[in-house]
Design a protein around this ligand. Structure first.
Ligand SMILES: *[C@@H]1O[C@H](CO)[C@@H](O)[C@H](O)[C@H]1NC(C)=O
Ligand SMILES: *[C@@H]1O[C@H](CO)[C@@H](O)[C@H](O)[C@H]1NC(C)=O
Ligand SMILES: *[C@@H]1O[C@H](CO)[C@@H](O)[C@H](O)[C@H]1NC(C)=O
Length: 259
């Protein structure tokens, strides 16, 4: 396939599905529209570039390294290699103790669908970041309808959930095409998201960047997972006016290192 065609079919559902099925924007705000138009402008410029080059993009993860802002987290352990990069789209869950008028929200896990972004991370890191931003402008139900990350054509590669309150789990065997393994993890290190991180659908600050390490039972050689380039996901400062449990929408990147 020609390089530019490959890029468009990988990144734009609009090119594959007719206009009426184009996913519905979750929040029709000018900020949302701005992010979506930035995304499509960047995508268009990449298509122009790849037309000029004429060769299909190479999806080689061996030269991809963590973004500079991740320097505050410990680096991947020596000998581990980058096996997969996914965009995660889902919710961070929280609970509130309604019997306590000064309670603050407590994290109670997360649920997200992961989409294969290995190729974009290897070819266009700026487009990877913009894709993470645009992902939060659409409801996950829109992605479920097309089985792709709306408004892109990125395929599902995994599922993220908690198996107990302290075990973030990743099932990366979700696609018949890429059996990448499973990994139960523990939090290793955390840094606040950069000051300029994009806020969530209702202005929520971005959740922290993390390094997670495998607990016993991981498969596929999976060893370490980074959560980077977070968008939204943080709870309100207090439980004032909140229900006993609630969800905050987020998107992010998960980077998987393996041995
Ligand atoms: C999907 O993930 C696998 C493993 O990281 C990678 O080899 C492949 O190139 C990815 N495909 C796309 C379209 O990103
Ligand atoms: C109410 O919540 C605050 C904030 O988390 C906490 O410091 C305090 O101990 C809680 N009070 C009770 C009675 O649980
Ligand atoms: C988080 O919310 C999702 C969606 O409602 C729900 O399916 C899941 O069970 C919740 N997870 C936790 C750990 O509360």
């Amino acid at each position: 396939m020609h390089a530019s065609l490959l890029l468009v079919s990988a990144l734009s559902a609009a090119s594959v599905w007719a206009a009426p099925t184009f996913p519905k924007v979750s929040l029709d705000t000018s900020k949302s529209v701005d992010i979506i138009s930035q995304y499509f402008n960047l995508l268009a410029s990449k298509v122009q570039q790849s037309k000029a080059v004429g060769a299909a993009p190479i999806c080689d993860l061996s030269k991809v390294s963590l973004p500079a802002e991740a320097a505050g987290l410990p680096p991947p352990s020596p000998g581990f290699y980058l096996k997969h990069v996914a965009i995660g789209r889902g919710t961070q869950n929280y609970t509130c103790d309604l019997s306590n008028s000064t309670a603050i929200p407590v994290a109670s896990g997360a649920v997200a669908t992961l989409f294969n972004a290995s190729c974009i991370s290897a070819t266009y890191p700026d487009l990877l970041q913009m894709t993470t931003h645009v992902a939060l402008q659409f409801d996950l139900s829109e992605s479920e309808t097309i089985n792709r990350l709306a408004p892109t054509n990125l395929a599902i590669s995994g599922h993220h959930f908690f198996t107990n309150p302290t075990t973030p789990f990743f099932n990366m065997d979700a696609s018949p095409q890429w059996q990448l393994g499973e990994i139960p993890t523990a939090k290793d290190a955390s840094i606040p998201a950069p000051k300029n991180a994009l806020k969530g659908q209702k202005g929520e600050p971005a959740v922290a960047w993390l390094k997670l390490s495998a607990k016993p039972g991981a498969t596929g050689g999976l060893q370490e997972v980074y959560r980077l380039e977070t968008v939204g996901g943080s709870p309100p400062a207090t439980c004032q006016g909140q229900p006993a449990s609630f969800e905050i929408q987020y998107s992010t990147q998960y980077w998987f290192y393996a041995s």
